[in-house]
Design a protein around this ligand. Sequence first.
Ligand code: ASP
Length: 337
Amino acid sequence: MSINRRKFLNRSILSSFALSLGIISCKDEKAKSTDVAEASLTNSAPKYPITIATWDNRGATEAAMKELLAGKRALDGVEAGAKIPEANPKDTSVGYGGFPDRDGNVTLDACIMDEKGNAGAVTFLQGIKHPISVARKVMEETPHVMLSGQGALDFAIAQGFKQEEMLTENAAKAWKKWLEKKEYQPKVNSERHDTIGILAIDQKGDISGACTTSGMAFKMHGRVGDSPIIGAGMYVDNEVGGAAATGLGEYVMTTLGSFLIVELMRQGMTPQEACEEAVKRIVKKYEDTGEPFQVGYIALNKQGDHGAYSIQKGFNYALYHKENEAFEADYFNKDKK
Ligand code: ASP
């Protein structure tokens, strides 16, 4: 058992009850900064419903919890949660408003997985605001797990999704600025890596997960990262728990980070220990590859215990059990800024 000390970013004044009545929203809360100790107790009493998301995506955890408190499946919760940043033009790493590739195309990746081991994914999808919902349709309406590019788009349109422009003025401006130097450097947190991975356990104790992104800003045309890859960007197993990733996808893919974390939990690690081990594997293999880069993981076991860890300082996450909160994750590179 390990006690993880995390910097408390912001405590919501919301109770689950107030949220379920729709009386208040967490969006206008002011940040407090206090320190709290968070226990990761593997054998503690079950803590669910619960939901956790990469980065301070409290809008997403709020939307997910609303579904969970209404008695819906964890799958409904994670889809609802993922749709919040997907629709937010200010979120430059996910869905509408996401930064484009180096040729100016916004290409979207997403995956979803339920408690039965069903999964769906889309990659290189253009012109659809909610790739996570298309991924769910792939899971539910096709014999396949993943559809890509034009095939994914054709499928989405056939399923009734509307084709829209995904490149916002702000993203186009950032792209034009990038074109002046054309430097591709996935720097530490500089692009915020706001990919959302979200996990939830519903009132029945079943787990699901979702992950959605516009990928690395100014990537090569056609590049697909870890986020839509089951086992890399996200993975759940209803016997054990789930995990999700954010950051430089190439290293998450080559270590199958989310699958690894779930398997480490199966072997007895706490979610925190498993996230730390998965980060250490990446550091060990790739630390000497040049520019510092960021990878962050979140994990949830079936009791509702959670973990989060990143390579560099600056990764945070949203967690909603009784309250909707955001925490700074512990990280590996303590000796560096
Ligand atoms: N993991 C995402 C990718 O490599 C990027 C991110 O998290 O920002 O596509």
